[in-house]
Design a binder for this molecule. Structure first.
Ligand SMILES: [Zn+2]
Length: 153
């Protein structure tokens, strides 16, 4: 099974899909390239925060996708892979193709900078315009991304 170091399957995938298809199928469908990219982004984000003169508590270095603990637990259920019949978001959303994840973190400016400057290394092909979507960063992953496309939601 494809694996992530930092994110559990529940953080990445809508529960209904896990129930219906099982964890292994869903994680493999996301694929190791994307999972590694998410892990790299999570690792680099933590490093960037550690280098800044900001707080370094757990909540500062976390990237949240679906909430599975604490304050986040009930708040986000559809920020990762969504079922085809999920009513959240666009009909043909990349979330339904196992390719899009909405990343939340305390220092979103740091995350946006990382993605914009290293999008190819993170296998990110498209993001939603962070000037419009301000509290999370919608990232679409691709095995061989071209120049980063920033689109308006
Ligand atoms: Zn999204």
């Amino acid at each position: 099974m494809a694996k992530s170091r930092y994110f559990t399957p529940k953080e990445l995938i809508q529960q209904d899909l896990i129930t219906q298809y099982g964890v292994d199928y869903c994680m493999d469908k996301i694929g190791q390239t994307t999972l590694d990219a998410l892990d790299s982004l999570r690792y680099d984000y933590q490093r960037a925060i550690e280098l800044l003169d900001r707080d370094k508590s757990t909540k500062d270095i976390q990237i949240i996708i679906n909430g599975t603990w604490g304050f986040w637990r009930t708040k986000f259920k559809y920020s990762g892979v969504r079922a085809v019949d999920c009513k959240i978001g666009a009909l043909n959303s990349a979330h339904k193709k196992f390719r899009a994840f909405d990343l939340k973190c305390k220092h979103i400016d740091v995350l946006i900078k990382l993605v914009k400057e290293n999008s190819k290394a993170y296998h990110i092909s498209r993001i939603e315009n962070p000037l419009i979507t301000k509290t999370w960063l919608h990232c679409e992953f691709s095995p061989f991304p071209d120049e980063l496309i920033i689109f308006n939601p």
